[in-house]
Design a protein around this ligand. Sequence first.
Ligand code: ZN
Length: 253
Amino acid sequence: MAGRARYVIISDIHGNLEALRSAIAAVEAKGGVKGWICLGDIVGYNPDPNQCTALVRNLAMATLLGNHDEASAIHLKENWFNPYAEAAVRWTARQLTAENKEYLAGLQPFEEIKLAGNPVTIAHGTSHELAPFGYIRSTVDAREQAERQKTAVCFIGHTHRAGFFVIDKNGAAFTPATYGGEIRIEPGKKYVINVGSVGQPRDGNPQGAFALYTPGEGSVEIHRFDYPVAATQAKMREAGLPEPLISRLGAGV
Ligand code: ZN
């Protein structure tokens, strides 16, 4: 059933092992998945950067570089982050093994790949050569991205807000996937699909998110899942990570 081949697309795990394990369990419960793709930010913010990097390395057929991966594994640029995010990046850089740093440092921020013969663009932020870590927040941003991508579909992360931008000759529209959602790919349109965040959702729902893409059916589903938030928060407290980063997980902001 090659036409039914499904792919899982995850992003922004940010060292949240409980959330990543719960995502894996949710995918296994659905079954029939051919491959995993990770859009970057495996580390930063949360307490298990090495375990998450090892799991994603094992799992994913394609993985991208996120800005927190770059800052933790390669170099931390000034004024990139707010003080809490920067503290977590510095903490993460101290935790990461040399092997995991080398792996993260070898990743690219965007790429064009083929899934079951279907070309798609994957990007952490955008597929803009000069600004790969730009944020696609509005329909204006999404139209710029759509013009840039050669493929009908682009999967992104980075804002931690799941949803579907649909762009056609009349304009662009956004449908959030705060509690999940599904879309059909139609000819003549372009799609910029934010798969949301596994480990630090910011759309008001503390549940993690991932996307399931079935190229043969032209469908993309965004799935939300529960994970033991309190367990991650307890580990963060023990690690001495900043309190605002601990509390935001409970609120999904
Ligand atoms: Zn992120």
